[in-house]
Design a protein around this ligand. Structure first.
Ligand SMILES: Cc1ncc(COP(=O)(O)O)c(C=O)c1O
Length: 410
């Protein structure tokens, strides 16, 4: 019989065990030395590493074709770890407006630390050369972007980054590794909100950062220092999500494509943003750098006003009015009122988002059910009198959740 209680008689559990230990009893001083000298991959303290989480890191590294991956507590923790690891006072960061709204808050903190930031519209990605400076240390982007699914040419960004030896960091949350492998296109580091498609069931928060062994070491240093290590239970949920990840990604992309095509010819929809549509500005680049489809998220403008978008969403029966994306259930929200709340109102629309822009993350439901749901909600839009106009909290007052975007330059 094996000494290991988890593998008596050598039978291995079919899932990675959830190891909730904070600390580990050293088997000898020699083992302690080997671990601290980095000779062996041992476990000592949860903030350093956890075996359940480490197993998942290896799986995500394989998906992204990376040498290694480091997992942390959320997508924003992952992005912030990347900033804190590689940027310092006097460095210049180029970032696109078309990233998840919370980056705006993080940018206020980075500015306080002396980092210079240039914000660009992803539609101007080809003009990035005009903004590169000798001290540009990092270019951070999403492609397709949040929420308008704009596409950036990752290989072209690589060429620009090379001019000043800057790091190219790509948030691959929207695309997922099923559709896009940024490292193979020239990115140095890939980040994920693993809360989204990788986890996929609306039941965990996690972030992942994939890249070379050297980046793993640097980011591990930061994670251990600041303590953004994921708990083992969430790690286990993430591992379970990964088992069906490719199946889900395939279905979500097929649903998103069907929805995008359907909405493109609907009279109540003025614009559809989805790189899988031939008429989309991002189509040709996306066709080159994405595969197996174009991802499960799209955006579109409903009716003529935010009130129209609210009526439409309120009428949906299957698609859930909620933030987040990449889940088994289809999710819909108005970014102006939700994911962009982190920004002052005047900033939310500078890169093309409108008050009536809606973001839809297709789930894995039957396509016909989703199309029927959209159709009946859009039909109601034609007949229903406008809801009584409410002034949104975020527009009216900087108090409460609306103060998410408060200027932190104190
Ligand atoms: C593209 C993208 N990156 C990062 C994040 C942040 O992830 P998390 O909510 O896990 O911190 C989000 C959240 O929606 C996102 O959509």
């Amino acid at each position: 019989m094996s000494n290991d209680p988890l593998t008596p008689y050598g039978n291995k559990p079919m899932v990675t065990p959830i190891v909730n230990a904070v600390n580990y009893e050293y088997s000898s001083f020699e083992v302690l030395r080997q671990i601290t000298d980095g000779e062996i991959d041992g476990y000592t303290y949860h903030r350093d590493d956890n075996p359940t989480v480490r197993a998942v890191e290896k799986k995500i590294a394989a998906l992204e074709e990376a040498e290694d991956c480091i997992i942390c507590t959320s997508g924003m923790a992952a992005c912030t770890m990347v900033y804190l690891t590689y940027l310092g006072a006097g460095d210049h960061l180029i970032i696109f407006h078309d990233v998840y709204g919370a980056h705006y808050k993080v940018s206020l903190i980075l500015e306080r630390l002396g980092i210079d930031i240039t914000w660009l519209d992803a539609r101007e990605g080809h003009k990035i050369a005009e903004h590169i400076r000798p001290n540009t240390k990092m270019i951070f982007c999403e492609s397709p972007s949040n929420p308008l699914c704009k596409v950036l040419d990752i290989a072209e960004l690589r060429k620009e980054a090379d001019k000043v030896n800057a790091l190219l960091v790509v948030d691959n949350t929207f695309a997922t590794p099923y559709h896009q492998k940024p490292l193979s296109l020239g990115a140095d580091i890939v980040v994920h909100s693993a809360t989204k498609g990788l986890g996929g069931h609306n039941d965990l928060m996690a972030g992942a950062i994939a890249g070379s062994k050297n980046h793993y070491d640097n980011l591990w240093f930061t994670r251990q220092a600041i303590g953004t290590t994921l708990d083992a239970y969430s790690g286990s949920l993430l591992e379970r999500g990964l088992k069906t990840f490719e199946l889900r990604a395939e279905k979500m992309a097929a649903n998103a494509m069907a929805i995008a095509k359907y909405l493109s010819s609907h009279p109540e929809i003025s614009s559809v943003y989805y790189p899988g549509l031939k008429k989309d500005a991002g189509y040709s680049i996306a066709s080159r750098q994405m595969h197996n489809g174009f991802g499960g998220v799209l955006a579109f403008d409903v009716g003529k006003s935010q009130e129209d978008a609210k009526i439409f969403i309120s009428e949906l029966k299957v698609i859930c009015h909620a933030v987040s994306l990449g889940a088994t259930e289809s999710l819909i929200c108005i970014p102006y009122l939700t994911t962009l709340l982190y920004m002052p109102p005047e900033r939310r629309t500078v890169f093309g988002v409108r008050p009536n822009t809606v973001r839809l993350s297709a789930g894995i439901e039957k396509t016909e059910i989703l199309l029927e749901d959209l159709e009946q909600a859009l039909n109601r839009l034609k007949t229903k009198p406008a809801l009584q106009t409410r002034i949104d909290v975020a527009q009216k007052s900087p108090k409460g959740r609306g103060s998410n975007y408060a200027d932190l330059r104190i």
